[in-house]
Design a protein around this ligand. Structure first.
Ligand SMILES: Nc1ncc(C[C@H](C[SeH])C(=O)O)cc1Cl
Ligand SMILES: [Zn+2]
Ligand SMILES: [Zn+2]
Ligand SMILES: [Zn+2]
Length: 263
């Protein structure tokens, strides 16, 4: 896997990994990752804050993790979620990439049935996509200080854990950073996000990439759930893409600032 790397060239810089397009139907998320790259390139040298970030941090951007699923949602099933891998001797296709990580794998909020939308896969990292992501993070663990995985919808900023209601050791810092990040996000268009540990804030579910990254040693690990609250859901109108991306940028840059100053 070769994510895009954005940042002034330099050695042993801290890095933040951002992925989008985990779930096929969450179309606004690849738009955000592309927006981020455009903004970074256009801002460098003009926007002081962003220039400082890019001078001192590398951003690894993976615009569409689940490429086969995303393509399938364009051609066949707009509401597809999973990958498109063939489950051996089964009629159903695909694994939920966000239940496929080795983080209390296939315990809560996931299913061992290949036909389920939250099928955890045959083993952790059974999918080419999740294995590639896991390998990249493991191979770059010394520099990767933040992991942001961008999903939709429900306007939430989640952090570990989702697989248990036990508190992460960094709960207080992750919680207060999430609070200030969603406050920053709301300043642009008044979009209200909730925030908190995944298990409490959305649902208990295991095998997620944020929990895995955190337990692997990436302290600042967050899942974004972008707009909206359900009016359009995954079918967010194009007219909202720009504003969604703009407001999300504020939160992401805020988190990046914190990582630059604290990691
Ligand atoms: N660790 C996690 N973090 C966030 C979520 C929520 C996303 C929302 Se689309 C999902 O259900 O995969 C789910 C899990 Cl398992
Ligand atoms: Zn998702
Ligand atoms: Zn979602
Ligand atoms: Zn705007």
């Amino acid at each position: 896997m070769h994510p895009l790397r954005v940042g002034k060239s330099g050695s042993n810089k801290k890095a933040i990994f951002i992925d989008c397009g985990f779930h096929a139907r969450e179309w606004v998320t690849p738009a955000f990752c592309q927006w981020f790259v455009k903004e970074a390139i256009n801002s460098y040298g003009s926007d002081e804050e962003f220039t400082n970030l890019l001078d001192n941090l590398d951003f690894y951007i993976l615009p569409v993790l689940n490429v086969d699923g995303y393509a399938y949602s364009w051609t066949n099933d707009r509401l597809w979620r999973k990958t498109r891998s063939l489950n051996k001797n089964q009629k159903c296709v695909g694994t939920d990439p966000n239940r496929n990580f080795d983080a209390a794998w296939c315990t809560g909020g996931a299913s061992a049935s290949p036909c389920s939308t939250v099928y955890c896969g045959s083993t952790p990292e059974s999918e080419n996509e999740t294995k590639a992501l896991g390998d990249f993070i493991r191979n770059n663990l010394s520099s990767i200080k933040g992991y942001l995985t961008i999903h939709s919808y429900s306007q939430m900023l989640l952090f570990p854990y989702s697989y248990t209601n036990l508190r992460a050791k960094d709960h207080n810092e992750l919680n207060s950073l999430a609070k200030s990040a969603v406050e920053k996000l709301a300043t642009l268009h008044g979009t209200v996000y909730t925030y908190g540990p995944g298990g409490k804030t959305i649902y208990i579910s295991a095998g997620g990439s944020d929990d895995w990254a955190y337990d692997t040693g990436v302290k600042y690990s967050y899942t974004f759930e972008l707009r909206d609250l359900g009016t359009y859901g995954f079918l967010l109108p194009e007219s909202q893409i720009k504003d969604t991306c703009e407001e999300t940028m504020l939160a992401v840059k805020h988190i990046a600032e914190h990582i630059l100053n604290n990691a």
